[in-house]
Design a protein. Structure first.
Length: 166
């Protein structure tokens, strides 16, 4: 298994299928497509790896980030959520909780493995990586147990530091 990328090193590139609930459509259509990390260059990205849709801690975490999405946007950052569930599961989860950032499906757990956060038999470690506009990891948090998550205050504070140094 790969090691977790170190701060100051390039983030492993990937392409995953994902979806985003349309914000300009009252019907709330979900727009599906491919998301490639290297195509995100030019603006910072907050990668949120979470164990599963519709689970207690993951729901609280992603709802908190959705509620505070403008704080990330004000810093020029995008947020992507990644978990092993498929797009149908992600769509139901996004609709149920009105999640407003892309949810990506790593069903083969290849990205989870490339980021060194796979846990055999259990899935993945709850993790967050802040990646700068050049594609470099500027901050990371990899949970041991994953029963809590990093708050928006912590993430935006670390994002501000990353922006100041990159």
């Amino acid at each position: 298994m790969a090691k977790t990328p170190e701060v100051g090193t390039p983030a492993p590139d990937f392409t995953l299928p994902g979806l985003l609930l349309a914000t300009d459509d009252s019907a709330g259509d979900a727009v599906r497509g491919s998301y490639t990390l290297s195509e995100q260059r030019g603006k910072p990205l907050v990668l949120v790896f979470y164990p599963g849709d519709n689970t207690a801690v993951c729901t609280k975490q992603l709802c908190a980030y959705t509620s505070d999405l403008d704080r990330f946007k004000d810093l020029g950052a995008t947020v992507w959520g990644i978990s092993p569930q498929d797009l149908d599961s992600h769509e139901g989860f996004a609709r149920r909780y009105d999640l407003r950032f892309p949810l990506l499906a790593d069903t083969a757990r290849e990205v989870v493995k490339s980021y060194g956060i796979a846990v055999p038999g259990l899935g993945l470690r709850r993790s967050v990586f802040i990646i700068d506009a050049a594609g470099t990891v500027r901050w990371k948090h990899v949970a041991l147990a994953g029963l809590t998550f990093q708050s928006t205050d912590i993430l935006t504070g670390e994002l501000e530091k990353a922006l100041a140094t990159s």
